[in-house]
Design a protein around this ligand. Sequence first.
Ligand code: PMP
Length: 442
Amino acid sequence: LLEKQESIDSGAVAYPNDIPIAFAEGKGATLRDADGNTFIDMFAGIGVLNVGHSNPYVLEAVHEQTDRLVHTVDFPTEERLELIEKLGEIVPPGLRGESKVVFGGPTGSDAVEAAIKLAKYNTGGTGLIAFRGAYHGATSGAMALTSNKGFKDDYTPLIPDVVHAKYPSPYADRHESGDAASICSRPASECCGAVSCARALREVKEIVEDPYGGLANPAGIFVEPIQGEGGIIVPPEGFLKGLREIATENDIPLIFDEIQSGFGRTGKWWGCEWHGVTPDIMTTAKALGGIGFPLSATIYHEDLDTWGPGGHAGTYRGHVVAMKAGSRAIEYIEEHDLLAHARDLGDHIRGRLDAVAAGNDHLGDVRGKGLFIGAEFVDDDGEPSAEIVKAIQKYCYEHGVLVWKAGRHKNVLRLLPPLVLTEDLADTALDVIVEAIEHATA
Ligand code: PMP
């Protein structure tokens, strides 16, 4: 399979190709390769298989659905309306009872494009603020919002008027000094005390409001509540709150990209719930399709529901099987209390990695929420080390554990296991990961 892929597939396929694996089967939190070897899946198809591979509860409904009806574009079906209702119940509390959903095509990028259009349409603005380290997708608008120049410089011009501001982090705060409250855009009593956060908010405020060099006509602020591709970066407490205030004061939508951080991944339905902040628009995809069916959605406050019929179009907005799978996944997560499980298991995994970090100078930082976990590695000089993470990944693959990486320097080991991962299986995977860390940093 590997030889055949190399000869007939696109050169653009992306997996670590020095690690020869071809998959044949997935079940729960494990995968089996074409030779019959079993792997513990600690990345879930980049955060897609939250209820596990071929989850039987979802699959049962999928089989019934494929026999009956697969696709209808926007015509009403029970399955479509059921998913809209279910999403309406689990959206961040501030949107409950007031949300609308526009389904997108198969990818997260589709949802991001819809969010860009909706923000522009409602404000009449053109300018968008995004953040350094952000990843929002591979289509032109989403690429413009993505900060990594490596992804996009060969395709310019993309959509104009996108400015990337600093994304704060507790990590950055270890290198920053200053009095946060004196530079924070928030009232001193509400400043969270993080200098990186205060500086980032001040920068956003200037971009939105400064008539000399700011965005002439802002349309919205796009932010991942926890950065995924950027390296699992959880912002300080005040950041999303500060962005909420700036967006409200300037009457522009605050848009949360929950494609990776949402749908239960962090142990709450949405990453933003850790900060108690409500967006005007949010995007979801990946795990929304239940067990890997392609589906995305842009969810927004009903006040922004200004598009007329056909105001935003797309053929695959009516994929009934994906919608049914999404509804069943929501039920499964609720019935099995997987949000609490993700929080507890995430604490356990981070606890074990923290214990390693205490005795290993190369493991600089362990972070995340729920089962959205990053571990950052540095070399002997304290500089980001992609080599160490590559070596860990290879060792893990050779010993039956699938892990991924992230971060602008590719030096963050990323763990996004299915939420159905048991503690026993997590410990088996961690035994290998810890060995891999020792091996790669010896
Ligand atoms: N936004 C975020 C936060 C993502 O993590 C991703 C994918 N990693 C996307 C958007 C794009 O999603 P897709 O690859 O499905 O287009």
